[in-house]
Design a protein around this ligand. Structure first.
Ligand SMILES: *[C@@H]1O[C@H](CO)[C@@H](O)[C@H](O)[C@H]1NC(C)=O
Length: 213
């Protein structure tokens, strides 16, 4: 009997620990000029908080997709909305030209839930080692898909018109690590002989890929 109670207690505790802890105040509007360094941003004096601290305008506007990958992410995170600080949530708009991609990337601090507003997207994510299973699906307008926190994922417009998606992320500061940029475009560069061994190709191939970043 005691043991069963113990198990129930563990179950309850794990439910509690599965979400962010509750904020200790109504809001903590980020003060980017705050002198105090915390894990996140210091709070603005509540008396100085304005409606505009909780506001962002512009997600109706297409992002500029004139780039090598043919997509653009327009974020609405704590950098754009200081009032979203500490709430563990944010939003992005993604625009894609036909066959444009949002290249493989990961958000170290957020799960993402994406919905297609216009067009058709092929989306996918890869599970962690050792399976590295690709889970992929074709989405049309109105479809919703989830990318689990930390996993490498991507989207591609597989239609003949522009595509638009809106995604919510479970962090005010989800972060983005684009795999290609991080591995081949770091500053300073990761040694090319190390990458050659990692990718099982010769050093010249690595030098060539690195020169594109
Ligand atoms: C879009 O980006 C390209 C490349 O950076 C630039 O040349 C162009 O002026 C931009 N277009 C707009 C409308 O901002």
């Amino acid at each position: 009997m005691r043991f069963e109670r113990y198990l129930i207690l563990i179950a309850i505790c794990s439910v509690v620990l599965a979400s962010d802890s509750s904020p200790l105040q109504d809001f903590c509007v980020a003060d980017p000029n705050g002198p105090v360094l915390v894990n996140g941003h210091a709070c603005k004096d509540p008396k100085l908080v304005q409606a505009n601290d909780f506001f962002f305008s512009g997600l109706h506007l297409p992002g500029n997709t004139s780039n090598a990958v043919g997509s653009r992410v327009t974020p609405a995170t704590v950098a754009q909305i200081p009032g979203i600080n500490t709430f563990g949530i944010s939003l992005v708009r993604v625009d894609y030209v036909p066959w444009g991609i949002n290249p493989p990337h990961t958000h170290p601090r957020a799960t993402e839930i994406l919905t297609v507003i216009e067009g058709t997207l092929e989306v996918g994510f890869v599970s962690s080692n050792p399976e590295n299973r690709l889970i992929t699906k074709k989405l049309v307008k109105g479809d919703v898909f989830v990318f689990p926190v930390g996993l490498v994922h991507f989207q591609r417009n597989v239609g003949y018109t522009n595509a638009v998606a809106i995604a919510a992320l479970s962090s005010q500061n989800p972060g983005v690590i684009t795999v290609a940029n991080a591995v081949f475009g770091s500053t300073p560069a990761i040694p090319s002989d190390l990458l050659a061994k990692s990718f099982q190709v010769d050093i010249k191939t690595i030098d060539w890929i690195q020169s594109n970043f």
